[in-house]
Design a protein around this ligand. Structure first.
Ligand SMILES: [Zn+2]
Length: 258
């Protein structure tokens, strides 16, 4: 399979019969780093879209992409409403109703698990407000119009490999221990939303013991709301404590094969 990181928690996985898009968000402002040269209208081939939660940096581009590709969209409760308000056709949307719900497509399995959004800590909130400052009013609609909704993590079985995607790192230990009972080949873990995100993300590695971990969401996708997250403390921790886990740091839009 081919796996491509779009920045934020956005991925494309292309396999024989399907192209999967997960949280495909490509819109950026002019200060974003790394630059995203692709526009949502460049995405032509996603037939299945999976959503982790409703924030703008996860679903903002879904209406345009879904209208172009005709993809089926899979998401948690309340996010279906946001998407239809933003123009996605109701018949393209498939709501997830239960924890562990399984969807089967020609040789691919997607399983949805109820999850939680990371709790922004006070230090991060204060720093963000100081940075955004008077520009807050400009960005309020983006925050107000894209409520979090029901948060999901997605486990895919593709070509015999298990890939687990998280769009936010608020999982409880109980949730992670349950997920860890099944093997994980590739873990996609987001490093965003908390001052101690390196330690938090490391808990995912500890619980799921993946063969490969791909950190994501560390990019400065929407300054001044976002900043670049230093993933080195996470990388060091995994190297020290989980030497059997291979850490793959992807470049934006560069495709890797598994
Ligand atoms: Zn979020």
């Amino acid at each position: 399979m081919e796996l491509t990181w779009f920045g934020t928690a956005g991925f494309r996985i292309a396999t024989g019969k399907h192209t999967i898009l997960i949280d495909p968000y490509l819109s950026r402002n002019e200060k974003a780093l790394p630059k995203q040269s692709l526009k949502p209208s460049d995405i032509q081939d996603g037939d299945l879209i999976f959503i982790s939660h409703g924030h703008f940096d996860h679903i903002y581009d879904v209406p345009l992409i879904a209208s172009k590709t005709g993809a089926k969209v899979y998401c948690g409760k309340d996010i279906d409403d946001t998407l239809t308000q933003k123009g996605v056709k109701r018949e393209q949307i498939n709501g997830v109703n239960s924890d562990g719900e399984i969807f089967d497509f020609n040789g691919i399995q997607a399983q949805a698990f109820f999850s939680k959004h990371v709790q922004f800590d006070w230090w991060l909130i204060i720093k963000t407000f100081a940075r955004v400052n008077f520009r807050l009013l400009r960005y309020l609609p983006l925050i107000r119009d894209y409520p979090v909704g029901k948060v999901l993590s997605w486990r895919f079985i593709i070509e015999g490999k298990v890939i687990h995607h998280f769009g936010s790192a608020g999982s409880t230990m109980d949730e992670l221990e349950r997920l860890g009972k099944q093997p994980t080949d590739i873990l996609l873990v987001p490093l965003q939303g908390h001052t101690r995100i390196a330690q938090i993300a490391h808990k995912y590695v500890e619980a799921l013991q993946p063969k490969v971990v791909i950190p994501n969401h560390q990019d400065n996708f929407f300054p001044p709301i976002s900043t670049m997250i230093d993933i080195q403390p996470f990388v060091e921790r995994v190297k020290q404590i989980n030497p059997n886990t291979d850490i793959r740091i992807l470049e934006i839009n560069k495709t890797v094969t598994f």
